[in-house]
Design a protein around this ligand. Structure first.
Ligand code: NAD
Ligand code: AHE
Ligand code: ZN
Length: 376
């Protein structure tokens, strides 16, 4: 069939909106009509050329919601008309990793996903001239229609609005999951969140949900303060306004009762900047502080700290998709949204047509948006 997509033709170039060919689903695959897709910083990261796994031409996008239009042979868990959220972290429930119960990082199709192809090693997308176009993160939600493996689709309730719950396909789940699944924050904790964008704000609402006492937000853009306060931030720090080193400033701020050294129980990097990751680790409390890396750093970047920081009890963790098992957890997070337990609407600051998708990237670069959502 023909569908319309925003194609990343080369690193650093704007997306090109064009008609593309999409082959039907093969065995174990499902065709989805996307109704909406968010634009995540990770799409920008790959488009910029900073992603070591970035391949071109490809159809980017991994934060979508839509409807099943066709199922391939052998597909049992989904049928035409089902509402779904694509999962860049699938959940096969059969591989060694899924069966371990210790991780959400299903490994059954990770290798082909990284090569921009379906599990059988081929792409379903071609240009109208017949040249191949690659998939991205197994999702390619910047296309009005896509084909995905059955194990990479979460079935959700029919009454959830696509233009809001698409954000659960990455940002919401990553931020809230980092708090609940990865850090396992307890009531009464202190926390510092570095980066108050589409992910950091969801870390903040996750911390509020978990009952944290003190939620410090750190961002170089003061324009992010009001929104972060709305989601539960109790203190704002702009590193550009701090005299001297940021880490002692933050540890001092977290001192409570008879604590003479300070440091947060939990810190989170949601910037992707490796210097910020170090500051996040070093502002976690001596003896028990946990620091969670969420941000994705460019090719070649490395983290550093003195081993003494770990010897003295700080723990450095990382999280992908907030540790969420997509087919199991995503429908529950949709319910939390529908029941008013979590908020999404204020974070969707811009709604665009597919033809205007590059404006979404411009707004991100200018620091003017939290989430831009393309509605098909
Ligand atoms: P975003 O652009 O919306 O937000 C980033 C925020 O960080 C901005 O508000 C920016 O002003 C702030 N910032 C930048 N440099 C800073 C600094 N030095 N100090 C303090 N604040 C700084 O991006 P996003 O969509 O929230 O994504 C954040 C990061 O998380 C990206 O690296 C993205 O690729 C990554 N991410 C990871 C996962 C995962 O599963 N691990 C999932 C989604 C996104
Ligand atoms: N391809 C990059 C890493 C990109 C990355 O870390 N992706 C995160 C999701 S970011 C979503 O916005 C992730 O889930 N990673 C786990 C995985 O298996 O890719 C690189 O550096 O090579
Ligand atoms: Zn993302």
């Amino acid at each position: 069939m023909r569908t319309r997509a925003a194609v990343a033709t080369a690193a650093g170039k704007p997306l090109e909106i064009m008609d593309v060919n999409l082959d039907g689903p093969k065995a174990g695959e499902v065709m989805v009509e996307l109704k909406a897709t968010g634009i995540c910083h990770t799409d920008e990261f790959t488009l910029s050329g900073a992603d070591p796994e970035g391949l071109f031409p490809a159809i980017l996008g991994h934060e979508g919601a839509g409807v099943v239009v066709e199922v391939g042979e052998g597909v049992k868990s989904l049928k035409k008309g089902d509402h779904v959220i694509p999962l860049y972290t699938p959940e096969c429930r059969e591989c060694y990793s899924c069966q371990s119960g210790k991780t959400n990082l299903c490994t059954s199709i990770r290798a082909t996903q990284g090569q921009g192809v379906m599990p059988d090693g081929t792409s379903r997308f071609t240009t109208t001239d017949g040249d191949p176009i690659l998939h991205y993160m197994g999702c390619s939600t910047f296309s009005n229609h896509t084909v995905m493996p059955e194990i990479a689709l979460a079935k959700i309730r029919d009454d959830a609005p696509f233009d809001k719950v698409c954000y659960i396909g990455c940002g919401v789940t990553t931020g809230i999951g980092a708090v609940i699944n990865t850090a396992k924050v307890e009531i009464g904790s202190t926390a510092i969140v570095f980066g108050l964008g589409g992910i950091g704000l969801n870390v903040i609402q996750g911390l509020r949900l978990a009952g944290a006492d003190m939620i410090i937000g750190v961002d170089v853009n003061p324009g992010k303060k009001a929104m972060a306060e709305h989601f539960g931030m109790t203190h704002f720090v702009n590193p550009k306004e701090v005299e001297g080193d940021l880490v002692p400033y933050l540890t001092n701020l977290t001192k409570r009762r008879n604590d003479h050294i300070g440091g947060a129980d939990y810190t989170f990097d949601a910037t992707g900047n490796v210097q910020v990751m170090r500051a996040a680790l070093e502002s976690a409390h001596r003896g028990w502080g946990k620091s969670v890396i969420i941000g994705v750093a460019p090719a070649g970047a490395e983290i550093a700290t003195r081993p003494f920081q770990l010897v003295t009890g700080r723990q450095w963790l990382g999280t992908a998709f907030g540790g969420a098992k997509g087919r199991t957890d995503v429908p529950k997070i949709v319910d939390w949204y529908m029941d008013g337990k979590i908020e999404i609407d204020p974070m969707i600051t811009h709604t665009l047509k597919l033809d205007d998708i590059n404006e979404g990237f411009d707004l991100m670069h200018a620091g003017k948006s939290i989430r831009s959502v393309v509605v098909y």
